[in-house]
Design a protein around this ligand. Sequence first.
Ligand code: TYM
Length: 335
Amino acid sequence: MSQAPRKSRVFSGVQPSGSLHIGNYVGALTQWRDILDSHDCIFCVVDLHALTVPENVDPKALRAKSRELAALYMACGIDPERATIFLQSEVTAHAELAWVLTCTTPLSWLHKMTQFKSKAAANEAVGSGLLCYPVLQAADILLYDTDVVPVGDDQVQHIELARNIASRFNHLFGETFVLPKHKVRQAGARIMGLDEPTAKMSKSASGTGHAIYLLDSPKRVKKAIMRAKTDLGCEFRFDEASPGVRNLITIYEVLSGESREVISERYEGRGYGYLKKDLVDVVEASLAPIRAAYAGYTDDPAELDRVLDAGADRARGVAQSVLSRAMRNAGLGRR
Ligand code: TYM
C-alpha cells in the first residue's frame, strides 16, 4: 500500500513580550490559520526569546504573558486539534541545538542582522542573548524539519539566516537539516504604526495611538483609528496615497477580504473620516470574536494547561529526534 505523502511542515512563533497587536495578527496569525489543514503546523510561544528584552525581568509577568499569548493563538482560530501549540522553554532541545549552532555560525553573520543593529542602538545595556537571538530562532525552525515559516516581512532576514546556518551545518557535517523557506503575505506583510505610518507597528512602541492590540476595548480601537495619521488631501488610489492612508486601506483589505481597488473607489471624493469610521467596524468585526474566545480560555486555565502539555509532548518527540541527528553528525556523545 502506498503511504500518503508527508504534509509540508510549518513552524512559527511570537515572543511573549508586550501585547499581540493587529500587525502580528495580520502578518503572522492569519497566515497560520489559513494553512491549518493543508500543512503539519507547529506554533510556539517563544518565551526564551523574550528574555532578551530588558523589560522582561519580572518572572511573574513573563509567565502570565506566555499564557496570555497561548490563549490568544487559540482565540485567533489556531485550533489545537489541528496544530501543535507549546511553550519554547518546555522543550529543552531548543536551547541545546542553539548552542551547537552558535558554534557553527560566523559572528559576522549576526552583526549584519538589522534587528540586532536597531535594538542594540536603542538599548544602553545589550545582553549577548540579543546578538545570539537569531541562532535560537534558527534552532526553533530547524528542530522540526520545517519546510515553511509564515511570518511578517520583518522576520525574513532571520529566516534566510536560518537557511544559511542549516546549509553551513550540512556542508560541515553532512545532510542534517531541511532548508526552510519564509512565507509572507502579499498584502499586510508589514502593518505600520497608526501614529507614525513610516515605522512598523511594534509591540514595544509606547503611546496609545500607535497600535491596535487584540485585547483593546472597542473604545480604544475607535480612538486609535480615528486619530490615525493621514494627510491633508483626499487621495485614495493606493499607489498615490500617503503612507498612513495606504496602511488603513491595507488593514481594511486584509480584514474585510475586499480588494484595495473596491475600497479606494468607495471612498474616492469623500474625506478620510469615512474610511476610518467604516474601518472601525471592520476591525471590530474581527476583534469581537477573538475577545470572546479569549475570555473562554482564561476562564478555563486547566484546559489551557492540557493543550500546552499535549503540545510540548508532541513537540519534544519531533525535536529530540532532529537534535540527536544533529549531535550525532557533529560527533557529540559516544555513539
Ligand atoms: P515577533 O514576536 O516580533 O512578531 C511575531 C510575528 O508577527 C509579525 N509582525 C508583523 N507583521 C506585520 N506587520 C507588523 N507590524 C508586524 N510586527 C510583527 C512578525 O514578522 C512575526 O511573524 N523573532 C520572532 C519570533 C520567533 C520566530 C521563531 C518566528 C522566534 N523564533 C521561529 C518564526 C520562526 C519575533 O520576534 O517575532
